[in-house]
Design a protein around this ligand. Structure first.
Ligand code: ADP
Ligand code: MG
Length: 238
């Protein structure tokens, strides 16, 4: 059994609903999907020293890690573009105070590097009760949330399927650099789709243990695709 399946099973045995973001990102990294360089800092530890020791390059991102907080932005739990270690430390102070006033006790922080600018894409997957793992792709933000502009395929997909999925999106032109944006690198999105939904991908390997994977967003620049958020929801059944 590989580390990925072992992590899913051990979380299920502990009755956990979903892996936290650092654990999810470790799995993505193990599967060859790029994630930001990061460090996890326990609440109360010296966040400046930890970020410096990890050699992280500013600008940095500060994120809340807390049991039960799924949408970090909803509670103000994500701070972007912190330019110095001082800004990082004071952002953590402020966030701690505001979270406590909402009754949220941070377990710790995820401090990570900012991904290069690019288009925000969502890659995910669910388990269809009849057909098994399905992989999904959409454009981030309002395209997924409001316009439901997503495409699905049964796993395993081929590279040709992955390309077709992207072409099917109503907003596909945005990936090609419409409206003055830089063209996103379609090949790197195809690569991520294969690692999630292809033969031997995360969805097929997680079948039985997994309910859902959500990479929201994958930030796709001309050079790279970086998964800046990751959620693995576990199967509650037997
Ligand atoms: P949430 O739990 O609210 O979905 P995310 O981790 O997705 O939190 O962060 C919210 C938003 O902040 C993302 O949609 C993305 O636009 C931006 N973001 C998060 N992490 C990074 C990063 N490392 N680099 C650049 N932008 C980021
Ligand atoms: Mg997110």
């Amino acid at each position: 059994m590989d580390d990925y399946v072992r992590a899913l099973r051990s979380a299920r045995r502990q009755g956990i609903d979903a892996l936290d973001e650092p654990a999810g990102k470790k799995i993505l990294e193990g599967a060859g999907i790029r994630v930001p360089r990061s460090v996890v800092v326990k609440a109360g530890d010296d966040i400046r020293a930890a970020a410096a020791a990890a050699g992280l390059q500013a600008p940095l991102v500060l994120k809340l890690v807390a049991v039960g907080v799924v949408h970090k932005s909803d509670v103000g739990g994500v701070r972007l573009n912190l330019r110095t270690l001082d800004e990082l430390a004071s952002a953590a102070q402020e966030l701690q105070t505001s979270l406590r006033s909402r009754g949220i006790e941070p377990q710790g922080w995820l401090v990570e590097e900012m991904a290069p600018h690019g288009a925000e894409v969502v890659v995910g997957g669910t388990m269809d009760p009849e057909f098994g793992p399905m992989v999904m792709v959409g454009l981030g933000g309002i395209f997924v949330e409001v316009l439901k502009d997503v495409s699905f395929r049964l796993c395993p997909i081929t590279k040709a399927d992955a390309r077709e999925m992207l072409e099917e999106l109503k907003g596909a032109a945005l990936l090609k650099g419409a409206r003055g944006g830089a063209a996103a690198n379609v090949d790197v999105i195809v690569d991520v789709l294969m690692r999630v939904g292809g033969e031997g991908g995360l969805l097929l390997r997680g079948e039985g243990d997994l309910a859902e994977i959500d990479i929201n967003p994958l930030i796709v620049s001309p050079e790279a695709a970086v998964a800046v958020d990751a959620r693995f929801i576990l199967n509650k059944g037997p």
